[in-house]
Design a protein around this ligand. Structure first.
Ligand SMILES: Nc1ncnc2c1ncn2[C@@H]1O[C@H](COP(=O)(O)OP(=O)(O)OP(=O)(O)O)[C@@H](O)[C@H]1O
Ligand SMILES: [Mg+2]
Length: 258
């Protein structure tokens, strides 16, 4: 997977860091924070799986890191820069160019073609130093070159998720955030989409944070972060994951009803 020396303490600055990150959706009620004082560091090239029961704050954490939601307190740093310190336009540019986001429910424009969907983030600009990827290369990478002109609402769920992955990568991001990207797929499509993400992650050197309830995904991650009630309950190393395989830890860490 990645170069373990990168994970050595004191080495390179994390690509993603959260400090005391907290989100309270409804401050008028006594409801508990959706994300509660989360401190997380993800280093370059790492693949971190986030697990936890429904409602434990996994999606909210991803939205906060992507700048799609605003923290109530605490901060998100991308390469050491607090995103809250950036002017709105710079934050939007960072979100559009540095971070690819794959939503659980695809969030595609159903009446547009696969190709138009994949190209859409380009309309909001890109980075000079990392020009956009070729849409044809991405269509080939996700195996949809023959369906490029199909409207996405005429594609299968697995195909739509592959369009969404290609769209997340068009602006050549270095960070990929994926919120249960296989959650709405049958097991065959889920395995194909997972393989695709892992291959693209290696090929493109992406730092990847993936919410998943699938223990098989977690076993292929560098690290598993388990959330409970908005907080990080524990982190598992690959060795702990391996010894937990077939055991209880990953089932506990997996997606279970509240
Ligand atoms: N837009 C919102 N407004 C108010 N409360 C919200 C909103 N989104 C999420 N919540 C609440 O915040 C908490 C965390 O939700 P979140 O969607 O982050 O959980 P999750 O771990 O992703 O759950 P799931 O596994 O079901 O997707 C839940 O209690 C949820 O009801
Ligand atoms: Mg969620």
């Amino acid at each position: 997977m990645n170069n373990r020396s990168e994970l050595a303490p004191g080495n390179a600055q994390p690509v993603i860091e959260t400090r005391g990150l907290t989100k309270v959706y409804d401050s008028s009620s006594a409801s508990a924070p959706a994300v509660n004082r989360v401190d997380l560091k993800v280093r370059s090239g790492e693949f971190v799986a986030i697990m936890g029961a429904s409602g434990s704050g996994k999606s909210t954490l991803l939205y906060l890191i992507a700048g799609l939601a605003t923290p109530t307190s605490g901060e998100v740093l991308i390469n050491g820069v607090p995103i809250s310190s950036l002017p709105d336009a710079a934050r939007a540019h960072l979100r559009n160019t540095r971070i690819g986001f794959v939503f659980q429910r695809f969030n595609l424009l159903g009446f547009l073609s696969a190709k138009n969907n994949i190209e859409s983030p380009r309309l909001l600009g890109w980075r000079q130093e990392r020009p956009p990827r070729s849409v044809d290369d991405l269509l080939a990478a996700v195996g949809l070159e023959k369906k490029n002109l199909r409207r996405v609402n005429e594609l299968s769920a697995g195909e739509q998720q592959r369009v969404a992955i290609a769209r997340a990568l068009i602006n050549n991001p270095d960070i990929l955030l994926a919120d249960e990207p296989t959650g709405n797929l049958d097991s065959k499509n889920a395995a194909a989409v997972l393989d695709l993400i892992l291959r693209l992650k290696s090929d493109l050197g992406l730092t990847t944070l993936m919410v998943t309830h699938n223990p098989d995904v977690a076993l292929r991650a560098d690290r598993v972060v388990e959330m409970k009630d908005g907080m990080i309950l524990r982190e598992l190393t690959p060795d702990q994951m391996a010894s937990a395989a077939g055991g209880s830890i990953l089932r506990v860490a997996g997606h279970s009803p509240r």
